[in-house]
Design a protein around this ligand. Sequence first.
Ligand code: DLL
Length: 434
Amino acid sequence: MYIYDKKTECMSVEEKKILQSERLKEVVKRVYDNVPTYRRKMDDIKLKPSDIRSIDDISKLPFTTKYDLRSNYPFGMFASPMKDIVRVHASSGTTGKLTVVGYTQHDLDVWAECCARALGGVGATRESIVHVAYGYGLFTGGLGMHYGGERMGATVIPVSSGNTARQIMLMKDFGADTICCTPSYAIYLADELKKMGISPDELNLKRGLFGAEPWTDEMRRKIEEGLGLKAYDIYGLSEISGPGVACECEMQDGPHVQDDYFYPEIVDVDTLEPLPLGESGELVFTTLSKEGIPLIRYRTRDICSLRKDPCKCGRTSVRLARITGRSDDMLIIRGVNVFPSQIESVLISSDPRISPHYHITVDRINNLDTMTIEVELDRSVAFDEIKTVEALTKKLAGDIASAIGVSANVRLVSSGSIKRSEGKAQNVTDLRKL
Ligand code: DLL
C-alpha cells in the first residue's frame, strides 16, 4: 500500500546523488552486458562501464533516440530475456512501425509506485475513487494510472476513453473524486456537462491528473472551473515507463521528476551539449532502475527547462517547466502521437490514384483537436469524377485512421494545387495556440 514516501521524496540532494550514482553504474553495466547496440555505442567511443563512477559522469555516455528503437524493432533493445518480460506497451513510431517497450515485474512495480506517488502528491488517498479515462491498451495512460491507483489502495474505475455520456453518468453515480484523462478531453467533458445542464457541484471531483499532451494555464483554469476540481500536470512517455515520470504536487508549480528513477538532463538541440540549469532545450532521460528496456540519455524531443528551486511541498526533486514544443515534427492530436511520416507512408501505399503531396492543418475547434489532411489526386484522375473522388476519400480516411489511431478529415484536391515549398517541406500548419 502506498503511503507518502517522505524519506525518498524529500531525500537530501547529497543522498539523492549517491543513490543516482549507484543506480547509474548498475544500469550502464546492465545495458553494456545485454544490449548489443549499447555495447557498440560505448565501444565506439572507448567507454567502459567502469569509467562511469558517479552521476556526474553521465555526459560521457552516448545518447539513445527513437531511431535506435526503430532499428531494433521490436525487442532488440531489451536487456532482459523474454521470459522475464511480463508486459509490452507501444507508442507511435516515425513510420508504420510502433516504438515498443517491455517491462519486467520490477519495472511494473516501480511504474505503479511512481503513479501512486503522483496520485498521493495531489491528495488522493486509499479512500479515493479514481476514474481513469485515459485509453487502455498499448498506450500507457490507462494501465499506468490504473495500477498507480490500485497501488495506493484507492478504488479504480477503468472506464478508458470514449462514450462521454456514460462517463458522466458513472462519475455521478460512483462519486469519483479523482479523474485522469487528457486535458483536452477534460475540457470536452466540462462542455458536455454544461450542455447536459449538470453543474460540477453534482459531481464529487476534487482533483484531476492531466497529461499526455501539451496544455496551458488557460486550459487549467477552464478545466478547474468546468469540472469543479484542481487540475494537475502529469508528464511521461512510454519509452521511459509511461505517465508518472513527473507530476505536479498540490502546489501546482511544475511537475516533480521522479529523479530517483529517471534522471533528467537538458541539452542543446543542435550541439547536444548539456545546458545550464534553467535554460530551455531538449529533455533527455536516463532510466536508473529499469530492467526490461533501460534507456541511456534518451532524447525525448520535448523542449523544456529544469528547476531546482525548493518547492513548498518539501519534495527535493528537480521540476520541469511546461513543455513548450518538440524538436521533431511529432503532433499530438487528442492525446495520440502522430508523425507526418506515418501519413506519408499511407499515401504511398493506399491507392495509386493518390499522390504523395499533402498538407496537414491542425486546429482546436470547440476544445477538440481536429486534423484536416489535403491530398492531391494523381494527374490521371479527373477531379470532377465525383463518385471516384468520394470513394477514394472514404478509403483514404479509413486507411489513415487505422494507421495513426485517430480520425482525420480528408480532402482530396486536384493535382498541382498544394503549394510546393522551395526549401524544407512545410507540410503542417498547427493553428492551436499552445
Ligand atoms: O503520453 C504517457 C502519458 C500518459 C503521460 C498519460 C501523461 C499522462 P506517449 O504516448 O509515449 O506517452 O507520449 C509521450 O507525450 O514525449 C510529450 O511530447 C507528450 N506529453 C506527455 N505528457 C505531457 C505533458 C504518454 N504533461 C509524449 N505535457 C511526450 C506536455 C506531454 N506533453
